[in-house]
Design a protein around this ligand. Structure first.
Ligand code: NAD
Ligand code: WQD
Length: 346
């Protein structure tokens, strides 16, 4: 069983990927400092997996501690690097916190990997690197725009750092950069999903909190965009499909030549409007989501969706869940956290 180090493995996408890694025959080892996750995820992962995955509760910026993890787990076959701060608005308020955590942790990780002879890395990038593209759908060749936020810039910098290894002519690493579009949904168990600390900024967790009566109303940020119903368009990808893309990336890396460094878009390849998402949620779950139309949110782009052909053809990846599946899973997860987690908190 190949051992894969999963930084940020206690987080939203990381915890779902830990499950898929186990299903695919890998041994996941989690590194997470719980800066944006709840320790309860470990017990819930144990319930789904039937055993408790190994956890190192450390900060990836701590080189000594990360080095000790690689020393103890001496046969790591690859790394999936999820660990990062991800709140766009917060990154505008606290840019250095984002540059330090997101960029520095990658540099530390690369040093430690090289020291221990671990070559393969899958990096969490984002469609945010494209900004508002001139043409849709976006391919991996679509030129990047100036980042709208420090968060977006950290993803561009980290991509550049990984691509620059190739230019040295003596690249030690083999790299996959996955540009996620908008991850949504929860694991089918209903006990693993996104657990936002505080009021969420993202659409789907917000919809679920309004539906459960925890928040009074959803504000749709603008209905005067140039889209069929006037609200923004995004490419919503089920988190379990996204998790599988990491497994396929690891398999791709095993066969890839030395020096490989490839970017893949991970989205369903189809856009949906904000109002369309809300209606799907209401329809599949039989609940109402009270909403009002508000002003446009500063920095929002009008529409984006992926050309995912490269991932389909080269990784052999194919998303299988629909937006309706994702919305159903989110509602099941919301009911679980309302009963089991929020009610137990002091
Ligand atoms: P998340 O916040 O749920 O998970 C990230 C995890 O990393 C958290 O458990 C957090 O505690 C941990 N972490 C952060 N900094 C750390 C550090 N220095 N050391 C150790 N652990 C640390 O986020 P997510 O939604 O699962 O996102 C995972 C990755 O995917 C991130 O890199 C994010 O930028 C990227 N991404 C997310 C989205 C999205 O919408 N969720 C979209 C595109 C890209
Ligand atoms: C989706 C749509 C909002 C909340 C962000 C990051 C991006 C990536 C994915 C990490 C937009 C609208 C939202 C609400 C609304 N993350 N909305 N009311 O902005 O596409 O992308 O997450 O890399 O970098 O920027 O996602 O879920 O915030 O918004 O109307 O209360 O929902 O305006 O059109 P976004 P989101």
């Amino acid at each position: 069983m190949k051992k894969i180090l999963v930084t940020g493995g206690a987080g939203y996408i990381g915890s779902c990927t830990v499950i898929e890694l186990h299903k695919a025959g890998y041994t996941p080892v989690i590194v997470d400092n719980f800066s944006n996750s709840d320790k309860s995820v470990m017990a819930r992962l144990e319930k789904v997996l039937g055993f408790s995955p190994k956890l190192y509760a450390i900060d990836c910026n701590d080189k000594e501690k990360l080095d000790a993890v690689f020393e103890l787990e001496n046969d790591i076959a690859g790394v999936i690097h999820f660990a990062a701060h991800k709140a766009v608005g917060e990154s505008v308020q606290k840019p250095n916190m984002y540059y330090y955590n997101n960029v520095n942790s990658l540099l530390v990780l690369l040093d430690v990997m090289q020291k221990h002879g671990v070559k393969n890395i899958v990096f969490s990038s984002s469609c945010t690197v494209y900004g508002q593209p001139d043409a849709l759908p976006v391919t991996e060749e679509t030129p990047e725009k100036t980042a709208e936020s420090p968060y977006g810039f950290t993803k561009q910098i980290c991509e550049r750092i990984l691509k620059d290894q190739k230019q040295t002519g003596q690249n030690f690493f083999k790299t996959v950069l996955l540009r996620y579009f908008n991850p949504v949904g929860a694991h089918e168990s209903g006990i693993i999903g996104e657990l936002p600390l505080g009021v969420p900024n993202n659409l789907v967790p917000y919809i679920a909190l309004v539906a459960s009566g925890k928040l009074p109303m959803l504000t749709v940020f603008g209905d005067d965009y140039n889209t069929p119903d006037g609200s923004c368009i995004r490419d919503y990808i089920h988190v379990c499909d996204l998790a599988l893309a990491h497994i396929q990336s690891l398999q791709w890396l095993d066969k890839a030549p030395e020096n490989a460094c490839e970017v893949f878009n991970i989205g369903v390849g189809k856009g949906e409007t904000v109002l369309g998402c809300i209606h799907t949620f209401e329809k599949v779950n039989g609940v109402k989501v009270p909403l009002k139309i508000g002003a446009r949110r500063s920095g929002d782009i009008e529409k984006i969706y992926a050309d995912n052909q490269k991932a389909l053809q080269e990784l052999g990846w194919k998303p299988k869940y629909t937006l309706a599946d994702a919305m159903q899973s989110v509602w099941k997860w919301q009911q679980f956290i309302d009963e089991q987690i929020h009610n137990k908190k002091p």
